[in-house]
Design a protein around this ligand. Structure first.
Ligand code: SF4
Ligand code: SF4
Length: 216
């Protein structure tokens, strides 16, 4: 589902559509590498989310916020008004508040998850000197040293990260933890949804705020 259609025609909607395109290409690149390398996550594993809080851009937070607003409007309103905290697991690790144990991929916003969550196990990172390096997740059954030489090179995560920065350059220096950005992103998205004048003034949608009508 294209969640951006819930927004009125605005700059954020256009930018989220561009972000969707970058995410799609990142997914394709990661999947192509994983397939050729024979790498994959064991079914049901979500270990990486249990002790990890992603640092993301405001535009990525808006995508997550829109996904929540589409699926559960009351939850979106509640989270917009809260200070989000990391989720603490029984073993003491603290991780992403959007982790859920009850879904196959353990992510409650899987379709809208940020770039790092899409590419982490199937992409290289670039160090301060610009060198790229790939380390398969320790929980994966195979590692690069055993892979055949014809395996395609993993995509470089930073290359996709730069594309994200170019979509929303004004906020390119506002990267923060997901739990810090999400309440503000939810407020922004819910406000824009509420501006949609295509809704009936009688709408029961809790996200709808009727605009004052201009009388001739
Ligand atoms: S990247 Fe590693 S920890 Fe995360 S789901 Fe895959 S195998 Fe599990
Ligand atoms: S957004 Fe989803 S995939 Fe990313 S860390 Fe949170 S639960 Fe995991």
């Amino acid at each position: 589902m294209d969640t951006t259609t819930l927004l009125p025609d605005c700059l954020l909607r256009a930018r989220l559509q561009n972000l969707t395109d970058v995410y799609r290409k990142a997914d394709q690149a990661a999947a192509a590498f994983a397939s050729s390398a024979g790498l994959g996550c064991p079914f049901g594993c979500g270990d990486c989310c249990e002790g990890f809080m992603p640092d993301i851009l405001p535009l990525e937070a808006a995508m997550v916020a829109l996904e929540i607003a589409v699926r559960d409007r009351p939850l979106a309103h509640r989270l917009a008004a809260e200070t989000l905290a990391a989720q603490t697991h029984p073993d003491g690790r603290q991780g992403c508040p959007l982790y859920t144990v009850d879904t196959p991929y353990h992510c409650s916003v899987y379709q809208a998850r940020p770039l790092i969550c899409r590419m982490f196990p199937f992409a290289t990172v670039r160090d301060k000197l610009g060198q790229v390096a790939f380390s398969p997740c320790r929980l994966m059954p195979a590692g690069l040293p055993d892979l055949p030489t014809e395996v395609s090179l993993p995509p470089v995560m930073a290359d996709f990260g730069y594309r994200l920065l170019m979509i929303d350059p004004d906020r390119s220096n506002q990267r923060q933890s997901l739990h810090q950005l999400l309440p503000g992103a939810l407020s922004e998205v819910l406000f824009l949804i509420g501006l949609d004048n295509d809704h009936s003034p009688d709408s029961n949608d809790p996200g709808f705020t009727p605009l004052p009508q201009r009388h001739p």
